[in-house]
Design a protein around this ligand. Structure first.
Ligand SMILES: [Zn+2]
Length: 233
């Protein structure tokens, strides 16, 4: 029952994240107007908004104008539904599990915003980082005490990249938050995996092409979290 609750929560959160990023890219409010088709602008009815099910019932096409609906949203909804259910199976219906899910949602919204606009909402970035560091301040303090020098080295390197305009400040903030909350070595593994994913996805576009790094960073983090949880099964 608990797993099903988290499964539904994960699907709804991913759907919300896609909507947030889309509204941010269009400069629209989150509340108004209600959900609508991107092609014919027809308002959507309740059953079309059910994560995954709405897409399946419509056969991947808009019910009104028959335009194709991107498969990204149902894929993310299904993936995060499974991820949240897995986190619940390990940590139960606890505040800790809910904060972990909120952290995943924060990363997903930032990644989707970055993918669409090459920028992120400032309040979401700094507010989220401050809230999660405050929630896990003991872990963050322990990482600082144990690997303060290594963290300072990584930060200097990232600031150097920022200075050369090859890296965004949002990327640095997210990497710092990931390292503080998950430990320096886990954070380094995420950074390495994210760099590999980024290179794999963008090597064909050439060095001059600009591309968002947060989607790769989020994918790297989710892959390592999943890998660690599956190992514990
Ligand atoms: Zn339509």
């Amino acid at each position: 029952m608990q797993e099903f609750l988290f499964f539904s929560l994960g699907a709804c959160c991913a759907s919300f994240a896609v909507c947030c990023a889309d509204r941010f890219a269009k400069g629209q409010s989150l509340l108004f107007p209600g959900s609508y088709c991107d092609h014919c602008f027809h308002p959507l009815t309740w059953w079309q908004l059910i994560p995954v099910v709405g897409w399946l019932l419509q056969g991947g096409k808009c019910f009104f104008c028959h335009a194709k609906i991107s498969i990204l949203s149902p894929c993310l909804e299904l993936f995060y539904a499974c991820l949240f259910a897995l986190l619940c199976s390990f940590y139960g219906l606890t505040l800790f599990a809910l904060i972990l899910c909120a952290f995943q949602l924060w990363l997903l919204v930032l990644a989707l915003e970055d993918r669409l606009t090459m920028s992120v909402s400032t309040y979401l970035l700094y507010g989220g980082a401050a809230l999660f560091i405050a929630a896990f301040w003991r872990t963050a303090w322990l990482t600082l005490c144990q690997n303060g020098l290594e963290l300072a080295g990584i930060l200097l390197f990232l600031f150097g990249l920022q200075f050369k305009r090859k890296f965004g400040s949002a990327d640095t903030i997210v990497i710092l938050t990931l390292m503080l909350l998950n430990g320096f070595y886990f954070g380094s593994k995420v950074l390495f995996l994210a760099a590999c994913i980024f290179l794999l996805l963008h090597w064909t576009k050439g060095p001059a092409a600009k591309a968002a790094f947060l989607p790769s960073l989020t994918a790297g983090y989710v892959c390592l979290v999943l890998f660690n949880q599956i190992l514990r099964l």
